[in-house]
Design a protein around this ligand. Structure first.
Ligand code: ZN
Length: 206
């Protein structure tokens, strides 16, 4: 569990990143930290990319419906003006933001703000996702949360895509993705490849 750091008499800001696969509880952890900051009478604001249209337009909604109000924005640079006067800046689904988010977060931290980022560390191909890898490099605190592998019950780090839709950005839920451990993720990919190769051969024959 993340415990808020104490900076005695310092007005310095910092960056925290909460990352992990789908269904790992990133948003829940973000909301938990923001609610604690609210209890401490800090001004809290949450931002998310406009692209995330799941559930509700104005809320960060986690999978257990423990939600908090948020502001959808299209460009990371908007954060600089919108976070004016805010002490704790939360960003959800940060992987969908542009690469400029890292620079923006560093600026906000320099202005004395606590910046809490939540996002997928890897896409469904197992590759680092959007601005998250750079944010991990510059963050003071990193928390990697784990889901449970839906195949074997081990800790899951990968988001396995069940559907064949193209593009990295496919928003979806349990019907499209599974949380998987490294082994089950790779086994799934190998099986898929075999099915596709066999399918192609069948087509050639027919
Ligand atoms: Zn597994």
């Amino acid at each position: 569990m993340f415990l808020e750091p104490h900076f005695k008499g310092q007005r310095s800001g910092w960056i925290e990143v909460i990352c992990g696969s789908m269904f790992s509880g990133k948003t829940e952890e973000l909301i938990r930290r923001l609610k604690r900051a609210k209890i401490a009478n800090q001004k809290v604001e949450i931002f998310k990319p406009k692209i995330d249209t799941r559930y509700d337009d104005t809320k960060v909604v986690s999978h257990d419906a423990n939600s908090i109000l948020s502001v959808p924005i299209s460009d990371s640079s908007k954060l600089l003006e919108l976070a004016e006067g805010v002490g704790v800046v939360g960003v959800d689904e940060a992987q969908f933001f542009d690469e400029g988010l890292t620079e923006v977060c560093e600026q906000l931290a320099l202005r004395g703000k606590r910046v809490i980022i939540a996002g997928l560390d890897m896409d469904y191909r197992g590759k680092p996702f959007g601005p998250i890898p750079n944010l991990l490099a510059v963050a003071e605190y990193i928390t990697k949360v784990h889901a449970i592998c839906q195949h074997c019950g081990n800790l899951a780090t990968h988001s396995y895509r069940l559907s064949e839709d193209g593009g990295t950005v496919v928003l979806g839920e349990k019907d499209r993705y599974e949380a998987r451990c490294r082994t089950c993720y790779h086994m799934g990919n190998i099986l898929n490849l075999q099915v596709r190769t066999n399918g192609a051969e069948e087509t050639k024959k027919g």
